[in-house]
Design a protein around this ligand. Sequence first.
Ligand code: PAF
Length: 276
Amino acid sequence: MKIFYSIEEYINLKINVNHYIPTMGNLHDGHMSLIKNSKKNYNKVCLSIFINEKQFNNKKDFSLYPRTLEEDIKKLKKLKVDYLLIPNKKDIENFSSSFDKKLEPKKLTTDLCGKYRPGHFLAVIDIIHRFIQIIQPKKIVLGEKDYQQLIVIKELIKIYNHKVKVVSLQTVRDKDGLALSSRNNLLSIDEKKSASDIYKALLFAKKLFINKVPIDKIYKEMHKFFEKSPIKLQYFAIRNFKLLQCECDNALIAFIACYLGKVRLIDNIILKPSTI
Ligand code: PAF
């Protein structure tokens, strides 16, 4: 694996990248699944590690983000990732142009998590727009746990007509159903046990949906589910699978965002697979 700390060095080598995986480090089995899928067919895989301060809503959250570079590098070497880019902010800004704020797809970026995390998705769009310019990969590989992020990045690619395809891969869960996330490392043992209720709730919502329970009743049931739980629901929402709009057509997805202590967790479940 070749590690680049300098973008200039990376660009000068005119590397052809098939699959690009953007990360903020603290790599877990969810990332490993993205890498393993990308490595199939001898693809050249590039992964970036950059903790994008702008996408954190408060300084504390940013400073608490787990930094595990040495372990990350070991894991990436083991999986034979071809290129690892660990740039700094200045370098990224020097070698790419910013996302034009006037083009922000606000319908997507200010709904759901965007409502509670103002500016978050704009910062994600900006950094991904910059990395696409620098790496120019054929494909960008993203996890479905951050489903709204996935849709927002798809929209960015449309807006700028970037020549990159999006590959999205299923959420990886632990044995109790908890979606893997770097934030899980911030949970106590007891909180981790409780956190598996998030997926249980989503499975319950799906069961209700399959049994044709009306959508408004499912919302009520979800709030009831968490009433006596240490999990504090921030929102439960059912949306259109492709555009995240409220209308209830034949392809729906349910979202949960919640707090367990001070840790914010998100998850989602497809209620009806998209036929599109
Ligand atoms: O999902 C993440 O880890 C980040 O939001 C991303 C996509 C690497 C952008 O900073």
